[in-house]
Design a protein around this ligand. Sequence first.
Ligand SMILES: Cc1ncc(COP(=O)(O)O)c(C=O)c1O
Length: 388
Amino acid sequence: MSTDDRPKLSPATRAAQALRHLDGATGSVVPSIDLSSTFARDADYLPRQAYIYGRDGGPTVRHAEAVMADLDGAAVSLMFASGMSAFTALTETLASGDHVIAPRVMYHGGATWLHRLADRRGIAVSFFDGTDCDDMAALVRPGQTRLIWIETPANPNWDVIDIAATAAIARTAGARLAVDCTVSPPCTTRAMEFGADIAFHSGTKYLGGHSDLTAGVLSFRNDDAFAGEVRGIRSLTGGVIAAFEAWLLIRGLRTLFLRYDRASASALTIAQYLATHPGVKEVLYPGLPSHPGHAVAARQMTGGFGGMLSILVRGGRKKANDVARFTEVFIPATSLGGVESLIEHRIAVEGPYSVVPDTLLRISVGIEAVEDLVADLDQALERAGCAI
Ligand SMILES: Cc1ncc(COP(=O)(O)O)c(C=O)c1O
């Protein structure tokens, strides 16, 4: 595994060099993929370099984890086969009778899982509305609340939650704070610097960045017994990322800062354009000063507001669906954070717990020429008849 003892270099440099991998024997500057699922022991029958079996992760997984821990400013990162496998491993630490607080507007898969835990596993879950930390604090059950989960900006209306204020509530409650940073990866937000205990990422999105892998990350403030418990759960449930996906993720991380920067700039241009478009009722983008979470976002998203925005179109559900059908550059598909721009009629994919308006289109801005993206949305809104 590579290490990097050049702490003075900026995270962007460290990410671009993937912790400066350099093979001493061959001089190769790109890490190779180690596919071995088992590792020979030494003459004393001890593991060499702590690798034993593939389900605990091998050298390529460890390398990806080292890059992520470095970026997140974490003591240790664990990598999973998907964001949801990371989330379920974390919630597997909860026992019957424990209490979780989470936002009502959050990634729908996570919300569905929390409902299931409440229905089937005796874990109490309280959902708070909006972004008001006082509402969240009022839900704390002393001695019972173990986990506060937030997502910021949150799918799909991009509510911004104050991480530092939430961390203070979690500290008082004696609970852990985990932050879903999928849309605010460490090139813009290092959640631990605001007091989070755990940073979560769907690596499928910005970290991978090319829509060609699924991955999940949990980064921990402390490499303690709790992180060890989650590692053990990953090992027992087989949720570890595969070596090839870990390698793809390392490759994606090398351009994370560049891609996020470009997506942020283009998303702001598109949001400003759509804000005055007659076919659009509302633009939801934390980068716009009119967004209610703008001030908090400016404080905690120091590397850009990202490429995710949503619009509420005029004219009802059918017209919203038509806009997503009529785009020619934006691809009508779910997911986000890739180099190609996507558009999604969100209500069509969310499950029974969805609280999304039926005119909402979720837009993931990629790295294409922004003028092509603006023109494409313009023609799709026109063709769908939203401006009438
Ligand atoms: C904000 C957010 N969190 C978690 C997830 C789940 O990640 P994955 O699809 O990698 O399991 C997603 C997936 O869309 C997401 O958008």
